[in-house]
Design a protein around this ligand. Structure first.
Ligand code: HPA
Length: 245
């Protein structure tokens, strides 16, 4: 069963044929909301809204451990994260869909491992390739089948939020090699790896990152809403094709 974690702009999957909702308790506390089980193009899918169904949980307050544990407990065999991002690279303009292939983590103070107990041996995971390439290719094939342009590859910078970045911070991220910037990619991807669940992401560029290509030099939230509303329609199309394949 495929799991979809929806971010800003995707708190529901209207195309999902709903079967049931399940409130899951975990040893790590409460997930962002009930797991929504349903079918997408006749295939079983479970959906979880990362920020809660009312979009009330800020990126630094998401219980990533509980979310990932709940999906693991539901025996999902893959996770696709949908997450909005700011575009740093000039060609990644608002509305662009990107399947990133690398991560740089700038977050802090988040519970980023399931192995926190001092009673157990230290656990290290290999994270050279943070996203599962099989799932990445599935998304890219589905994008092509859906006739939607999806960028293959990019470096995702995970920032702490909830504020957006300064222009100087974006310049630094660019020097570091980042192409897009978001607030939720970590520790989600690392926790999925710890649980052995193949994980990849569809990033939706909601805005030019701070200080980029904007005459007012401000980020306009009304524009972000409009961009996300349109782009999530295309994301749903790609998700349908993933399930159909
Ligand atoms: N920065 C960080 N996260 C984001 C942005 C951004 O500009 N846009 C959407 N998520």
């Amino acid at each position: 069963m495929l799991a979809i974690i929806g971010g800003s702009g995707l708190t529901q999957l209207a195309t999902l044929d709903l079967i049931r909702r399940e409130v899951v308790r975990t040893p790590y506390g409460e997930p962002s909301g009930a797991l929504t089980f349903g079918k997408l193009c006749e295939k079983p899918v479970v959906f979880l809204a990362r920020h809660g169904y009312g979009h009330t949980i800020a990126p630094h307050r998401v219980n990533y451990q509980a979310n990932l544990w709940a999906l693991h407990n539901a025996k999902v065999d893959a996770i696709i994260s949908v997450a909005s991002v700011g575009g740093i690279r000039a060609d990644l303009c608002p509305g662009t869909l990107v399947v990133p292939d690398q991560i740089i983590d700038y977050t802090w103070g988040r519970k980023s491992t399931f192995h926190e107990s001092s009673d157990e041996p230290v656990v290290h995971i290999d994270f050279t390739e943070p996203y599962d390439d099989g799932i990445r290719q599935r998304i890219l094939r589905a994008g092509a089948a859906a006739g939607e342009k999806v960028f293959d590859g990019g470096v995702y910078a995970a920032t702490q939020g909830p504020r957006l970045e300064t222009a100087a911070e974006i310049n630094r991220l660019e020097r570091d090699g980042a192409d897009v910037v978001g607030m939720t990619g970590m520790p989600e991807a690392a926790l999925a790896r710890e649980l052995g669940i193949p994980y990849a992401a569809i990033n939706v560029v909601a805005n030019y990152a701070a200080g980029r290509a904007n005459s007012t030099n401000r980020i306009c939230f009304d524009e972000i809403d409009l961009v996300l509303r349109e782009a999530m329609g295309r994301v749903r199309k790609v998700l349908d094709h993933i399930c159909e394949a």
